[in-house]
Design a protein. Structure first.
Length: 181
């Protein structure tokens, strides 16, 4: 019998090779692969679980977090304003979390101004700035009794030049741990 002719039809050789290959693939797909179990490893001694950290260490870490947040924390304000910016609120949100985690911690907020305006006006504006920060912290759950405010007006500039850059730097509230006697 001629391989190219089956039942009166001619099959190209390529079709025949393809059909035979498909039978081989289908046949292989129906066989299960042999599973070789992995070589048994010698039993290892489990390392002892680390001892839980004492509560004092957790408290110390919370204090470190609070100290890190307070270090150099300055909230800036616009000209003749005591409104908190969205960036300031974000920074104060993190501070409020740390203060709630440290219920004994107390802070002092010092309001400051640039040299523009009268001494009396700047003392009042500095107090408004400190109070704005304190009120926001209280709305976030920090007890008001833990927050002291003070105004220095224009008396403690961080930049004593009479430039717009200096004025902008001096319009601020500085936050620091309250010193207890």
């Amino acid at each position: 019998m001629d391989l190219k002719r089956i039942k009166g039809k001619e099959l190209p050789m390529k079709r025949l090779i393809l059909a035979v290959s498909m039978l081989g693939v289908v046949g292989c797909a129906t066989q299960k692969a042999a599973v070789v179990p992995p070589a048994a490893e010698p039993a290892k001694k489990a390392a002892p679980a680390p001892a839980p950290a004492p509560a004092a260490a957790a408290v110390d870490q919370k204090q470190v977090d609070l100290d890190a947040l307070l270090k150099g924390l300055v909230i800036h304000f616009g000209f003749d304003a005591a409104d908190l910016t969205p960036e300031s609120r974000t920074r104060l949100d993190a501070l409020a979390d740390a203060l709630r985690a440290n219920p004994k911690a107390q802070i002092r907020i010092a309001g400051n101004c640039d040299e523009l305006g009268t001494v009396e006006y700047n003392l009042a504006l500095g107090q408004k700035r400190a109070d704005a920060v304190a009120r926001y912290l209280v709305t976030l759950g920090v007890a008001g009794s833990r927050v002291d405010t003070v105004s220095y007006g224009e008396e403690k500039p961080i930049d004593s030049r009479s430039t717009e850059e200096a004025y902008t730097a001096n319009r601020r509230a500085e936050l620091a741990p309250k010193q207890t006697n």
